[in-house]
Design a protein around this ligand. Structure first.
Ligand code: NDP
Length: 249
């Protein structure tokens, strides 16, 4: 058993920036060929693709709105047509549209639920048949500690991230007999462009609630995803691993 992903292929949604970028690079560093999707950051996505190729791996950067079910099928087919199989899926794409319930509008609710939760259904469904044909696979879905504990001002985000946990456990039970594992990583406060947008008071409160007393780095989330993608976690499915400095303990 090893952490090596040599000979494996991976798909990371939202791999152009932040946590997704770190995940894509770390999976490549440990041997996988990596395809990443993005929404609008074409230049950033192509830079990640080049960095993966510099590591001596095959790479693809594919524009695909994660909300689009048909596009998810096309993305997965593009990978399996070229690389024959798909071993690892990391559902990472996500957004925030924060507001207090009384001020939250329908669009803020729908956009967050669709981008963060429907996307997980889209890609998990699209990879099921190829992974069954391949006699196995590993799916890692990026939730959040907010999906475990809730957070004032983030009811849409918390609902989407809690939904990911229920979805993943159901999926893990349905596909375990096909040797397909599905797990959740729930990050706490990680420094990325997404958290740059958060309100200062909210960020201070988050840091105060973190026993390790610091923000996390995207690489620390990526390392956990690497473990759950690799054979080292071969007997783990339906699990939720917090990467949060102890925040939600
Ligand atoms: P960023 O905002 O830095 O990056 C988001 C990524 O998702 C980008 O690659 C973006 O693509 C992509 N994306 C957004 N919407 C879509 C869409 N509709 N279709 C396809 N791709 C899309 O976020 P983070 O790196 O901070 O977050 C990554 C994940 O981690 C998210 O699911 C987030 O909820 C979760 N998380 C983050 C935490 C944090 O503290 N940062 C804490 C807990 C969880 P593009 O560049 O093209 O816009």
């Amino acid at each position: 058993m090893s952490l090596s992903l040599e000979g494996k292929t991976a798909l990371v949604t939202g791999g152009s920036r932040g946590i997704g970028r770190s995940i894509a690079l770390m999976l490549a560093e440990y041997g996988a060929d990596v395809a990443l999707t993005y929404h609008s950051s074409t230049d950033a996505a192509n830079e990640v693709k080049e960095e993966i190729e510099d590591l001596g791996r095959n790479a693809k950067a594919i524009q695909a709105d994660a909300v689009d079910l048909d596009r998810a099928d096309e993305v997965v087919s593009a990978i399996t047509d070229d690389w024959e199989k798909l071993d690892i899926l990391v559902n990472n794409a996500g957004i925030t549209k924060d507001n207090l319930i009384l001020r939250m509008n329908e669009e803020q609710w729908d956009q967050v639920i669709e981008t963060n939760l429907k996307s997980i259904f889209n890609y998990s469904k699209a990879v099921a048949k190829p992974m069954m044909r391949n006699r196995g696979g590993s799916i890692v879905n990026i939730s959040s500690v907010v999906g475990i504990s809730g957070n004032a001002g983030q009811s849409n985000y918390a609902a989407s991230k809690a939904g990911i946990i229920g979805f993943t456990k159901s999926y893990a039970k349905e596909l375990a007999s096909r040797n397909i594992r599905a797990n959740v990583v729930a990050p706490g406060y990680i420094v990325t462009e997404m958290t740059d947008e958060l309100d200062e008071d909210l960020l201070d409160a988050i840091k105060e609630d973190t026993p390790l007393d610091r923000a996390g780095e995207a690489e620390e989330v990526a390392a956990t995803v690497l473990f759950l993608s690799s054979d080292l976690s071969s007997y783990i499915t339906g699990e939720v691993l917090r990467v949060d400095g102890g925040m939600a303990m």
